[in-house]
Design a protein. Structure first.
Length: 303
C-alpha cells in the first residue's frame, strides 16, 4: 500500500500463531489480521522479537509476510524485521521480503560493533534496500549500539523512513536532537507514549498496540497535537488495565492509578518533589494534573 505520510503512525509487532505441531498457523494469522484491520493500527511489523523471530526460519518469515499481505489486501502497510550483522545477508532478506510485498524493512543497529563498523553496515544496507528502511535501536542489554550523533546521521540518509527508539528514554531524548524532523520517530513502549511525544515522538511501535490499538492511537494523537492534558484525561481504569495486563503490574494493587489513590495523591506528589530535590528536576517533576489533585485532596478515579 502507499506508505502513510500523516502522523501519528501506530504500528505493532504482530505475534505469530502456531498449531499443535509447532508450525506457523497461517489461517489463524489471517483471522487475526482481519480483526486488526478494523482497528486504528497503521500497519504490521513482522518477524520481530515479539513475533517469535528466533523460532522462525527465514522462509517461514517470508511466508508470514505473504500471508499478512494477502489478508490485509493493501489496507495497511507491512514492515518486515531484520536482525543480522551481515550487510549482504540483510540485503538478501530485504529483497525476499520486498518480493513478498513488504512495504518497508525494520533493521536493527548491529550490537557490539564499533562506530566505523555500524556505519559501514548501513553504507551498504540503506542504499541497497529495495524498500525504505526503518532503523531500530533495540539492544536488549541496555548498552547503546551507537551514539546519538551517529544514529541521527544514519536517519538523515535517503531511503530511511524513520527510527524506533530503545527503552532508555533519557538516552533517546538525546537521539531525538539529531534525528531530522522529516523522519518518523517512533516510541517503542506503550508506557512511554506521552513522555515520548513530549520529547518529539510522532508515532509508536509497541506490543501494546495489539491489545489496545485505539487507546494507544488516542494517547499519542493527543500528544502529537500538543494536547497532553487531554491525553491524560483518559479513564484511570484504562491505564490500570493496560499496566496489569500488558506490563505485569501487580494485580493485587489494582493498577498504578488505583494504587496511587490508595496511597494518596498528596503522598505521591510529596515523594516526587522530594526525589526532585535529591536527584534533580530533570529526572523528577510532578505532572500538573497530579499537583492539582494533590492540592484538592482528590484521586485519579474521582476526576
Amino acid at each position: 500500500m502507499p506508505i502513510l505520510i500523516s502522523d501519528p503512525i501506530v504500528v505493532a509487532p504482530t505475534p505469530t500463531p502456531f498449531d499443535s505441531d509447532d508450525r506457523v498457523d497461517h489461517d489463524a494469522l489471517s483471522r487475526n489480521i482481519e480483526r486488526w484491520l478494523a482497528t486504528p493500527l497503521s500497519g504490521f511489523v513482522l518477524g520481530t522479537a515479539n513475533g517469535e523471530e528466533l523460532a522462525l526460519s527465514d522462509q517461514e518469515k517470508v511466508d508470514i509476510v505473504r500471508t499478512v499481505a494477502d489478508a490485509s489486501g493493501g489496507a495497511k502497510f507491512i514492515i518486515a524485521g531484520i536482525d543480522v550483522p551481515s550487510s549482504a545477508e540483510t540485503l538478501r532478506l530485504a529483497e525476499a521480503y520486498a518480493e513478498a510485498d513488504a512495504d518497508m524493512v525494520r533493521v536493527r543497529i548491529p550490537r557490539q560493533k564499533s562506530p566505523a563498523e555500524v556505519e559501514a553496515y548501513f553504507d551498504a544496507v540503506i542504499p541497497g534496500s529495495p524498500v525504505p528502511v526503518v532503523i531500530i535501536h533495540q539492544t536488549f542489554t541496555g548498552v547503546p549500539a551507537a551514539s546519538p550523533e551517529l544514529i541521527g546521521e544514519l536517519c538523515a540518509r535517503d531511503n530511511v523512513f524513520g527510527y524506533i527508539t530503545n527503552h532508555d528514554i533519557r538516552y533517546e531524548g538525546r537521539v531525538r536532537l539529531y534525528v531530522p524532523e522529516s523522519r518518523r520517530f517512533w516510541i517503542c513502549n506503550g508506557g512511554l507514549l506521552l513522555p515520548g511525544t513530549l520529547m518529539g515522538a510522532n508515532g509508536a511501535c509497541m506490543w501494546l498496540g495489539n491489545v489496545a490499538p485505539a487507546l494507544c492511537t488516542d494517547v499519542i494523537g493527543h500528544g502529537v497535537a500538543g494536547r497532553f492534558e487531554e491525553g491524560m484525561a483518559l479513564r484511570a481504569s484504562d491505564i490500570d488495565i493496560i499496566w496489569i495486563n500488558g506490563y505485569g503490574f501487580p494485580a493485587y494493587r489494582g493498577g498504578p492509578m488505583f494504587y496511587a489513590d490508595q496511597v494518596g495523591t498528596k503522598a505521591v506528589y510529596d515523594a516526587i518533589v522530594r526525589f526532585a530535590e535529591e536527584q534533580g528536576p530533570q529526572f523528577w517533576e510532578p505532572a500538573p494534573l497530579l499537583a492539582k489533585l494533590a492540592a484538592e485532596g482528590k484521586g485519579f478515579l474521582e476526576r
